[in-house]
Design a protein around this ligand. Structure first.
Ligand code: ADP
Length: 362
């Protein structure tokens, strides 16, 4: 007697899609629009290819697809994104003009300022800076949220010590987590790292803008977006699509990091996002034994670069064991000791950022 193996979760997910119809009556499964279906450990995610013009009409299709997947036995989480790809070949450079947000981008009605923390490359301390800056803004009495859009290496769960899964609020909005008084949400809480790694630029963009809109952020003075590192299409699209009030570039003083920081500034300028300033991270090392300062990555590089590029220099954060240890322990230094030397450094930066946001000419 032979036994037929049980169908895999991916097969069952595909079969479930046969019941989802597109606005033109076609079935989703047979439309050739499916991309990147992954299914493992009760989590299913996929993308539906649409043109930017179709995105609004396809929102109900996305919802119906998520509902069909969620209804499958064994599915704990379903994430469906619309990928608004243009018909241009991937080699064509992205449009570098500021444009009105596409239909897939929803305005965050309760959020006064969305700001991006970006870096030209990974590992310069962008996420550490984003978290401590968000906490420093909160220490200035503001209501603050933080969105970890660093889809390729989401580190917010570690930095803020977040555990568990976000819950649904009423309707289909996700409730952000609370971390040290911040409203926090991370791609890392929703999507497997391996799944996100294979997403291409437009899928990253769709997932992030969807996450901005589908999270119940409530009323916030500032929402800090920890951007994916780099200056590729995904970053550009995100900068273009999220109605940013401003961007902060994190760089080390090293020449190589500065070249990337310059690219970041150029990118934001092309899409008319104001540069709030550069933060120099790992500016110098303070020896924990003797207290001496060592300029490991050179001295004052980012400050000089900021002056050369005509953007504000927001401050220098040293390379310290305390920062590294507190980040890795999920207790950010500003939450632990807001009035300590490092806490005050971030608070000074936060004051300048608020001043720039709140005294901007319309
Ligand atoms: P990115 O987001 O740019 O990839 P992270 O913020 O994740 O960088 O930082 C990378 C590593 O460097 C982390 O282990 C973090 O704790 C450490 N780090 C970041 N900034 C500092 C600093 N000023 N002093 C010491 N360690 C730091």
């Amino acid at each position: 007697m032979t036994t037929t193996p049980a169908p895999s979760l991916a097969d069952r997910a595909l079969a479930a899609l046969a019941g989802v119809h597109l606005p033109d009556g076609d079935t989703l499964a047979g439309s050739g629009r499916l991309a990147g279906l992954t299914a493992s450990a009760g989590k299913v995610s996929l993308a539906i290819r649409v043109t930017p013009k179709e995105a609004a009409a396809f929102a109900p299709v996305r919802d119906a697809t998520e509902a069909a997947l969620r209804a499958l036995p064994g599915v704990k989480q379903a994430m469906v994104v619309l990928t608004a790809e243009t018909s241009a070949s991937p080699k064509t450079p992205p449009t570098l003009k500021a444009t009105a947000p596409g239909p897939q981008v929803k305005v965050l009605a309760g959020v006064r300022h969305v700001i991006a923390v970006a870096s030209g490359k990974g590992g310069v301390g962008k996420s550490t800076t984003a978290v401590n800056l968000a906490l420093a803004l909160r220490a200035q009495g503001r209501k603050v949220g933080i969105l970890d859009a660093d889809i390729y290496g989401p580190s917010l769960p570690t930095l803020l010590g977040l555990h568990g899964k976000p819950r649904m609020a009423d309707g289909r909005k996700l409730r952000p987590m609370d971390a040290y008084g911040l409203k926090a949400m991370s791609m890392g809480l929703l999507v497997d790292a391996e799944t996100a790694m294979v997403w291409r630029g437009p899928m990253v963009m769709s997932a992030i803008t969807q996450m901005l809109a589908d999270v119940d952020w409530g009323v916030l003075d500032v929402l800090v977006v920890d951007m994916p590192p780099g200056t590729g299409d995904a970053q550009l699209a995100l900068a273009q699509g999220t109605q940013l009030a401003g961007a902060i570039i994190v760089s080390t003083p090293q020449d190589l990091s500065l070249i990337d920081a310059r690219r970041g500034i150029t990118m934001f300028r092309k899409v008319d996002v104001p540069i709030l300033g550069i933060i120099e991270n790992m500016a110098h090392f303070i020896c924990p034994d003797c207290g001496a300062k060592h300029a490991i990555f050179g001295q004052g590089g980012a400050q000089a670069e900021a002056a050369r590029l005509g953007v504000p220099f927001l401050g220098a954060v040293p390379l310290t064991m305390e920062l590294r240890q507190s980040s890795d322990a999920g207790q950010p230094v500003v939450a632990r000791d807001p009035e300590g030397v490092l806490g005050k450094t971030y608070q000074n930066i936060a004051r300048d950022v608020l001043h720039a946001l709140e005294h901007r000419k319309p």
